[in-house]
Design a protein around this ligand. Structure first.
Ligand code: SAH
Length: 381
């Protein structure tokens, strides 16, 4: 039929694939809706399709790319789903309820600048952000991040990125709405641009999940060519978060190795030319690491580096990662850093630690030992 995984196809790609089977055109939208709107990944359950077609689709690989292996629930309501791939590897995605007092409204980054009427959930409902992975492992090597320390297994297909959303929706409570997506799980989305972009288009397709691009935030270590493509392809509508973590090249080279390839002046220039819509801001992520990037001098320098950019700053006290040799800054240092940056008029918040008792906090999504998989097995289509 097509060598694209069925979950990663657009309606027009379904049309082409189905024409070869002599199926009418309208089936393309019908199947696309089953998958992306109704969240059904099993051809056998698409009950209004003819039985022979269902069987053919199942044969051609229309089935879930993952099975849910484990669900870990933290006391704060955060749920980490561990998803198993047929070849044995595991990836993770995290559902994060936005409670008014959790202080992590920043994770709903896309929504707090320009609220769209009608999309704001009534107060008795809870808005939930889903954090998805784009790669199995990560090649960026940030020294304080579990995924980075593990290295790259492989990039995920758009179908695998989208399936995390489809599967995670099943784990929402009746009073919860999935309102925001952050591409902040394992992996570097812009190191894997084509599948990330396809996933963004699938998730925002009006016949499917129909998410607003403003409610999706892509987080990057700062790969300049990828930033340019993302800005151009989505006209700046997709929210952007940048993992800066240091205000000078010496410090950043030490903790974010990619800085040697795209140093700060190039990264900041790329952010200045990102086609950000009016009233939208770029989220600057800054993990505070004890004695490395957390002094008043770093804060002052950060403010200078960011001057002229529409940003909000998210401070993340480093979450523990075994063997990294780095630690979180003490709480009083975090407060002092926050106050200093905010004192210059920047909007600057400390991201609440969410889900760390189930290792679901930033930088704790790691590869389970012995589960590195390299290829991807899939039934030929
Ligand atoms: N590769 C992307 C997205 C994945 S990480 C990126 O670099 O942005 C999501 C965020 O968590 C990044 O800002 C990352 O630097 C941060 N992070 C990683 N490890 C962390 C840790 N141990 N403690 C706190 N934040 C961490």
């Amino acid at each position: 039929m097509s060598d694209l995984h069925p979950v990663g196809r657009f309606p027009e790609e379904w049309t082409a694939a189905l024409a070869a089977l002599g199926e009418p055109k309208y089936r393309a939208t019908q199947i696309f809706r089953w998958i992306h709107r109704r969240g059904e990944l099993e051809a056998a359950k698409m009950t209004d399709l003819p039985l022979a077609l269902r069987e053919r689709l199942a044969q051609d690989g229309l089935t879930s790319p993952f099975e849910v292996v484990e669900v870990h629930r933290a006391k704060d309501g955060t749920r980490k789903l561990v998803l198993g791939m047929p070849s044995g590897g595991r990836i993770e995605c995290v559902l994060i309820p936005m409670t008014p007092l959790s202080g992590d409204a920043d994770l709903a980054a896309a929504s707090d600048d320009d609220d769209e009427p009608g999309l704001v959930a009534p107060s008795e409902r809870t808005r939930v952000t889903l954090c998805v992975s784009t790669q199995f492992g990560c090649a960026m090597g940030c020294v304080f991040c579990a995924s980075g320390r593990a290295g790259l297994g492989r990039g995920l297909g758009a179908d695998e990125i989208v399936s995390q959303v489809i599967i995670a929706r099943r784990y929402l409570e009746p009073n919860e709405d999935l309102t925001n997506l952050v591409f902040m799980g394992m992996g570097e989305p812009l190191h894997h641009y084509d599948e990330t972009a396809r996933a963004l288009r699938l998730l925002t397709h009006p016949e499917g999940t129909g998410m607003s691009p403003r409610r999706i935030t892509v987080s990057t270590v700062g790969l300049v060519p990828g930033l340019k493509k993302l800005g151009a392809d989505f006209a700046g509508k997709v929210g952007l978060a940048v993992s800066l973590h240091a205000p000078d090249d010496v410090t950043r080279d030490r903790i974010v190795p990619m800085n040697k390839r795209y140093p700060l002046n190039e990264l900041i220039a790329a952010l200045k030319s990102y086609p950000l819509p009016r009233r939208r801001r770029i989220t600057i992520e800054y993990t505070l690491i004890d004695g490395v990037n957390d002094t008043d001098a770093h804060a002052d320098r950060l403010v200078r580096v960011l001057s002229g950019l529409p940003v909000k700053v998210n401070l993340i006290p480093m979450n523990p990662v075994e063997g990294s040799g780095f630690q979180a800054s003490p709480p009083e240092r975090v407060d002092a850093f926050q106050a200093r940056v905010a004192g210059y008029g920047y909007s600057c918040f400390v991201r609440a630690r969410r889900g760390d008792e189930v290792s679901a906090a930033c930088g704790q999504l790691a590869l389970a030992p012995g589960l590195i998989e390299l290829g991807r097995s899939r039934a030929p289509l």
